[in-house]
Design a protein around this ligand. Structure first.
Ligand SMILES: C[S@@+](CC[C@H](N)C(=O)[O-])C[C@H]1O[C@@H](n2cnc3c(N)ncnc32)[C@H](O)[C@@H]1O
Length: 266
């Protein structure tokens, strides 16, 4: 595992000081996370929560005071150090530990009532590892536990791979958009618009953190299929306005760059 982590470019990026600094100063909940807090407001005070990929603690600030027990985990020790510096002075007993969502062997079976993997943390591992993470959540979560996470929306980035969609009457905008298109194609080994359209998920390099990350993008219909063998009551939310996308049409046409999913362990 240690060897894999050293070779992992995403792990390296999440251990880099400029990226750690960026997450250490994030404060606000995303609208879909506010929706979650409203939905669970009567249950949170009895819940044991696991915050996976806690990063610099953006969500710690909001969830720690609300739940019965809180543990934040990240595979980047630099993120955990930053998070400890941020919260230990105020909450000396806070549990923030280094750990990998793919192998949560430090936790017993049936331990948690709520598991969060916010701001697309699940998107920085391979497809096979993503399925392992879902199995680990199944193991460490209690029956009926909530799992809430977000993931990049392949539907939303599809048009960025279509050069024609970058043309407009504004020549300056067209120029900038075509330069970004060239970067996107260049960093992604020339992956074509056609191949994006034909796939239900893809690992792409997008502009976040200057194209340093390999990010998993998935269509909502495929994400639901991935969850169905393990979870019930699967719901999808717009990250931007926090509203539930209730119909297939809403989910397919939503152009949010990422979507939130709420589901419960069987
Ligand atoms: C986009 S950042 C989000 C950080 C924080 N949750 C937030 O919302 O600000 C993703 C985080 O997931 C962590 N991460 C990625 N893969 C992980 C894994 N396999 N196990 C644990 N943490 C992981 C990264 O180190 C990073 O801190």
């Amino acid at each position: 595992m240690v060897l894999n982590m050293i070779k992992d470019k995403n792990f390296q990026t999440y251990s880099t000081s400029d990226v750690v600094n960026y997450y250490q100063y994030l404060q606000q909940l995303q609208p879909a996370e506010e929706t979650l807090i409203k939905l669970l407001r009567n249950q949170l005070s009895n819940m044991k929560m696991l915050d996976l990929g806690v990063g610099g603690g953006r969500t710690t600030k909001h969830f720690f005071p609300l739940v019965k027990d809180y543990i934040g985990v990240d595979y980047s020790s630099s993120m955990i150090e930053a998070c400890q510096q941020r919260f230990s002075p105020y909450y000396p007993s806070i549990k923030l530990i280094v750990g990998d969502a793919r192998k949560l062997s430090q936790f017993a079976d049936n331990s948690f009532d709520l598991i969060l993997f916010s701001f697309n943390g699940i998107d920085y591992i391979s497809h096979e590892d993503r399925l392992k993470v879902l199995q680990e959540i199944n193991r460490v979560g209690k029956s009926g536990a909530y799992f809430f996470f977000s993931s990049h929306n392949l539907q939303a980035i599809e048009q960025s791979f279509n050069w024609q969609s970058h043309l407009s009457l504004n020549i300056f905008k067209t120029y900038i958009d075509l330069v970004m298109f060239a970067f996107l194609r260049g960093f992604n080994g020339g992956i074509s618009y056609q191949s994006i359209k034909e796939n239900s998920y893809a690992i792409l390099r997008d502009e976040s953190h200057n194209f340093r990350l390999r990010t998993y993008y998935i269509r909502a219909s495929e994400q639901i299929k991935q969850l169905e063998p393990i979870f019930n009551d699967i719901k999808v939310y717009s990250w931007k306005n926090g509203l539930e996308l209730t119909t297939n049409h809403d989910r397919i046409s939503c152009s949010d760059m990422w979507l939130y999913y709420l589901c419960r362990l069987q």
